[in-house]
Ligand binder design. Sequence first.
Ligand code: CA
Length: 231
Amino acid sequence: MEDNITILIVEDDKYIMSFTTIYLKDEGYKTISAVTGKEAISLFYANNPDIILLDLGLPDMDGMEVIRQIREKCNAPIIVVSAREEESEKIKALDLGADDYMTKPFHMGELLARIRVAQRKLNNIANPANSEIYTCDYLAVDHTKGLVFVDDEEVHLTPMEYKLLRLLIINRGKVLTHNYILNQIWGYGETGDAKSLRVFMASLRRKIERDTANPRFILTQVGIGYRFVDR
Ligand code: CA
């Protein structure tokens, strides 16, 4: 399966570019390299890559602008790989539509794991039927009937909780920022705020998690948002 996947690597550091390329080729991925933002965008149009690895500090433009331009055209997974550690930068990248954010320096094993998550997103885009019934460990969600089971017992969610759970499951593996969730659930200009989101999240967790202190499914990304486990 990996031989069909093409990864666009956008990175101006020659050392990081060369070891990332070597590792990914070794894993059977096809790679394309861009060292500037302009090159990244033109190679994106020319090659239609499946997954994009994106550095933010590029010589000619900010990587954020690259995310913006790619997202205008397609939904391909974008994994930001940046030295910027500030939460505000992570939130900005995720809000612009990046799927994941890794801080440099990073381990190749971790990058490969994130790429596998991105590949599952590609499968879900290609086969939406796969996501009609979701099961993971002791949780099962039947999206066709709107039913949720925990340990084979049906649990009753409010419409808002169900909407939240569905949003998390569809985007599993991906960090969703508070803003993103609020906009998706309450819509722009509505009265949703981070506090009410916490309240809904807490009641959803009480219903689906065996141990809310050590959540199995809904993980908190402190200061940023939430991530639904990938498996
Ligand atoms: Ca850089």
